[in-house]
Design a protein around this ligand. Structure first.
Ligand code: IMP
Length: 187
């Protein structure tokens, strides 16, 4: 796996430590891409990226899926700028595609309480897709409040706030190329 090295120290400061490196992310994407191909061989699945956090994961993941696929995006709000789920979820950008009869994969950056994914699955199932699955780059299993099946999981991580690779720290730091833990003693 050869990745162009860029020093992002200027973005990092002292408050962050690496949890998952760029190489580890891309190595796992190779495996996830194969898992998705195995499930959807002979079909053209539609992958629905959940904005904003899922945009980088979706963009990279589809380049490891060696069958035809479509993409679309949906945007929901659950947290605003806060770190805890409020459970009050709104659709800020609806789907553009018609998913009736389609094989759908919801592509999330991270499943924390699971409330966002639970909301999305319920909402999308009303459009009568042929199948509905979830891919998430990260899952904080110990934090999940609801029992929902997640077919494609990049990494199970501990209960820490993480940033980078699409995930934000109060809307910034999404452009970090690896995934970092935010140290607790930040303001
Ligand atoms: P859930 O509804 O509690 O599962 O929250 C899912 C959403 O919360 C994700 O799509 C993220 O936008 C956000 N989120 C949860 N944990 C983190 C984190 O550690 N870093 C960044 N965003 C997070």
């Amino acid at each position: 796996m050869s990745l162009i090295k860029i020093n992002q120290q200027g973005l990092l400061g002292d408050n962050y430590s690496v949890l998952i490196s760029e190489e580890e992310i891309h190595q796992r994407l190779v495996e996830l891409g194969d898992e998705i191909v195995n499930v959807f061989s002979g079909e053209i699945p539609i992958l629905i990226g959940v904005l904003n956090g899922g945009f980088i994961f979706l963009a990279d993941l589809i380049r490891y899926i060696n069958i035809d696929c479509e993409i679309d995006f949906i945007r929901i709000s659950s947290y605003g700028d806060a770190e805890e789920s409020t459970g009050h979820i709104k659709v800020l950008k609806p789907l553009s595609a018609d998913i009736k009869g389609r094989h759908v994969v919801v592509v999330e950056d991270i499943v924390d309480s699971g409330l966002s994914v639970q909301f999305l699955l319920k909402m999308l199932s009303a459009f009568e897709p042929a199948s509905l699955r979830v891919a998430t780059l990260l899952r904080k299993k110990s934090r999940m409040k609801v029992d929902i099946p997640i077919e494609f999981i990049g990494f199970d991580i501990e209960d820490k706030y993480v940033i980078g690779y699409g995930l934000d720290d109060r809307q910034i730091k999404r452009n970090l190329r690896a995934i970092y833990i935010v140290d607790n003693d930040r303001d």
